[in-house]
Design a protein around this ligand. Structure first.
Ligand SMILES: C[S@@+](CC[C@H](N)C(=O)[O-])C[C@H]1O[C@@H](n2cnc3c(N)ncnc32)[C@H](O)[C@@H]1O
Length: 284
């Protein structure tokens, strides 16, 4: 084989590997390589996440904090679940709203993102419960929350529609889901993970959500709102009342000596630096 052809093939292979790396790791954040890769990438960027995102508190208030607080203001003891809470972006903007008097549970698979969240949210520690757990199976019974939020996460899950169904399952009838639809050029490189506006609205409607609205938000995301159909009930449950033991699925976790214990199966879940560690195998 002539030398120039070897160089050409080697150069082509190198370009292919660089492009593949860029697509799999940078553009799609490891989603096609499995949940472990997604979580690891968030773990290693957790301390830089807020700097990368450059959140502007006024913009957060305008698009998230204020509208959410307005919808929830009639229910002073409302309970909100923030799926993939990351560094507590959503809980913090909500707590800054005087009209919001309720509590938030934030769940995330990245322990390092939750460490940053716990640090930032110390002034609201009595109103925010941070759970280290995979959100694909939420450790809560049906109809538990007045609102469920899930921002910038669906496209990083193995099955975005199954994740949405799980979010709606724990939402009380009359409660609302706030989530995001990935848009922009990068969405074209995430086959099977993103939807057209019409497709996304149809998925939400098929999940028993009504009054679905999709609005422009950030460069790469639309915001989508929808209300769970059914007779309006106010959940307003206490966290310990609804949190299930992920091991035996009984909702009987009791807090003692910086841990949650399951009365049914004796599993123990440590609480470290403000985070309930449900993820690690702590079963006995
Ligand atoms: C782009 S960040 C969004 C964080 C936050 N919602 C925000 O808007 O800033 C995506 C988050 O989803 C989390 N995540 C991805 N897959 C998850 C899963 N299966 N269960 C729980 N969290 C997950 C990641 O750890 C990461 O914190």
């Amino acid at each position: 084989m002539p030398g120039w052809l070897i160089w050409l093939l080697a150069g082509g292979a190198a370009v292919f590997i660089v492009l593949l790396f860029y697509w799999q790791i940078i553009l799609t954040e490891g989603v096609y390589l499995g949940q472990g890769m997604v979580t690891w990438l968030y773990d290693i960027t957790a301390n830089r996440y807020d700097r990368i995102k450059q959140f502007d508190s006024e913009v957060e208030t305008y698009f998230l904090g204020r509208p959410l607080a307005m919808v929830l203001q009639d229910n002073p003891s409302s309970l909100v679940l923030d799926i993939a809470t990351g560094t507590a972006r959503l809980p913090l903007t909500l707590f800054e709203q005087p009209a919001f008097k309720g509590k938030v549970i934030g769940i995330d698979a990245s322990r390092k993102m939750l460490a940053v969240a716990a640090d930032k949210s110390k002034p609201f520690a009595d109103r925010l419960t941070l759970l280290w757990h995979d959100a694909s199976l939420l450790p809560f019974p049906d109809d538990s929350f007045d609102a469920v939020t899930c921002l910038e996460m669906l496209e990083f899950t193995p099955d975005p529609e199954a994740q949405l169904a799980e979010a709606v399952r724990v939402l009380t009838p009359g409660g609302f889901l706030l989530t995001t639809r990935r848009t922009g050029n990068q969405a074209n490189f995430m086959p099977g993970k993103t939807h057209s506006p019409e497709g996304f609205a149809a998925v939400l409607s098929n999940l028993n959500l009504v009054e679905v609205q999709i609005e422009r938000w950030q460069v790469d995301y639309d915001l989508a709102w929808g209300w769970k159909a059914g007779c309006e009930t106010r959940s307003s449950k206490a966290v310990n009342e609804i949190l299930r033991c992920p091991h035996c699925l009984q909702s009987s976790l009791v807090e003692r000596e910086l841990a949650l214990y399951c009365a049914a199966c004796d599993a123990r879940y440590p609480i470290h630096s403000g985070v309930v560690e449900l993820f690690r195998n702590n079963y006995r």
